[in-house]
Design a protein around this ligand. Structure first.
Ligand SMILES: [Cu+2]
Length: 125
C-alpha cells in the first residue's frame, strides 16, 4: 500500500512547485502594476489637501527629508503657517500649492493665518 501512495505523493510534490512558478509568472505583470500604483500612491501620501476650510489629512506622518505639499482646493484663499515660524506660505488661491521639506524629526503644528481655527499637524519621524 505504501509503495503505491508514495509515488503519488512524490508526483504531487513535483506538481505544486511547478504550479507555483506558473502562478508567479501569471501574477508578475499584476504585481508590477500594483507596485507602480503603489509608487503613485506614495507620492500622493505627502500631499495635504485644503478643502472646505479643512486640512486633509489633518495629521500627516512622514519620514525625515520628506517634502510635504499643500494644495488649496477651496475657492477662497488660505495660508499654511507653522506655529513655531518654521514655514509660512503666501496666500494660496484656488489650486495654488505650497511645499516644505522637513529636515528634522518632530511634531509640527500649523494653521491657516486667515482662518486660525483651521489647524493641522505634520509628524516627522
Ligand atoms: Cu484659511
Amino acid at each position: 500500500m505504501l509503495t503505491m501512495i508514495n509515488p503519488l505523493r512524490a508526483a504531487a510534490a513535483r506538481l505544486i512547485p511547478a504550479r507555483a512558478v506558473v502562478v508567479a509568472m501569471l501574477l508578475g505583470p499584476v504585481v508590477g502594476a500594483m507596485l507602480a500604483f503603489g509608487t503613485v500612491a506614495a507620492q500622493d501620501a505627502n500631499v495635504v489637501m485644503i478643502d472646505n476650510f479643512t486640512f486633509s489629512p489633518k495629521e500627516l506622518t512622514v519620514a525625515v527629508g520628506t517634502t510635504v505639499k499643500w494644495v488649496n482646493h477651496d475657492d477662497i484663499p488660505h495660508t499654511v503657517v507653522n506655529a513655531d515660524k518654521l514655514f509660512r506660505s503666501k496666500a494660496l488661491d484656488t489650486d495654488d500649492a505650497f511645499s516644505y521639506t522637513f529636515t528634522s524629526a518632530g511634531a509640527f503644528d500649523y494653521f491657516c493665518g486667515l482662518h486660525p481655527h483651521m489647524v493641522g499637524k505634520v509628524i516627522v519621524k
